[in-house]
Design a protein around this ligand. Structure first.
Ligand code: PGA
Length: 290
């Protein structure tokens, strides 16, 4: 039933997007090397030609990830390295987990969108629930970061979703609407087409609890309606909507394929390349049969 509904969606031909949020992991250089070696080895054996893979390591590793994933183009700051890196027919890009909302200047410890772009990243995660929880980031901050990301040619991966309390008190729709309205404030209809949205219920992050396919589909329909209302259906249909929160290979069907999502944002499982790429392969398989 759900997949039938999702199958009617006009955007089924879009390339799927599988994003790894490596969070604050890979603490040593040897750990980083092992991860990259394992990722490249696993990638060779996987049939994921219709899917773009994005790795979002900690900021200190971005440059190295760019170089190691695509050695030939490394070192040329601000050039083609920020584009998708093709390994055969397999597309791999690099993303950041965060940026600051100002362009440059006296902001000790912060990293700007231009810096991230110029060392070869293509994407940046914005509005993640851990940024909200530990750094008190709100929708306005997300909006400022989305705008600076777009201004610098990065693709913002904007995470939205409700907490457990908000869901239990029946406020899911209001919360998502507010995150969309405030987070996407003053984003033009041209710029909005470069954005990726992730429905990532806060209670599903790091918990092993996941919504049903139907609950995810409801969120997706709401997000699409809001986009459609603001930008028109044609533009709304061009915007990727992913799912995030405790994604595993064995749940990829329920959280991505059933509700017809355009991909997933993966946390813990992305730390094991074989498991992460199994998720990508499962989703890619379905794409080929559509
Ligand atoms: P998780 O994290 O897959 O470990 O739940 C997802 C995320 O934080 O984006």
């Amino acid at each position: 039933m759900i997949s039938k509904l999702a199958g009617k969606n006009k955007i089924i031909n879009m390339q799927k997007l599988i994003i790894a949020n490596l969070k604050m992991n890979l603490l040593t250089l040897s750990e980083r090397e092992r991860y990259l070696e394992s990722f490249k080895k696993e990638l060779k054996n996987k049939n994921i030609s219709d899917t773009e893979i994005v790795l979002c390591p900690p900021a200190v590793h971005i440059e190295n990830f760019v170089k190691k994933i695509h050695p030939v183009k490394s070192g040329k700051a601000g050039t083609s390295q920020s584009e998708v890196i093709s390994q055969g027919k397999k597309a791999v890009a690099i993303g950041a987990q965060n940026i600051f909302w100002e362009e440059r200047g006296s902001f000790t410890g912060e990293i700007s969108a231009a810096m991230v772009k110029n060392i070869g990243a293509k994407y940046v995660i914005i509005g993640h629930s851990e940024r909200k929880k530990y750094f008190s980031e709100d929708n306005k901050i997300a909006n400022a970061k989305i705008r600076i990301a777009l201004h610098n040619g990065l693709v913002p991966v904007y995470c939205i979703g409700e907490t457990k309390e908000e869901r239990l008190s029946g406020n899911t729709v209001d919360v998502i609407m507010k995150q969309m309205v405030e987070g996407l404030d003053e984003i033009s209809s041209t710029k909005i087409q470069s954005i990726v949205l992730v429905y990532e219920p806060v209670w599903a992050v790091g918990s092993d609890e996941i919504p049903t396919g139907n609950e995810i589909l409801e969120a997706k329909i709401l997000i699409k309606k809001l986009l459609s209302h603001a930008y028109g259906p044609e533009i709304a249909n061009k915007i990727k909507i992913l799912y995030g929160g405790s994604v595993k290979a064995k749940t990829a069907e329920q959280v991505c394929l059933e509700p017809g999502m355009d991909g997933v944002l993966v946390g813990r499982e992305s730390l094991v390349p074989s498991e992460f790429l199994k998720i990508a392969e499962t989703i890619n398989e379905q794409k080929k049969t559509e």
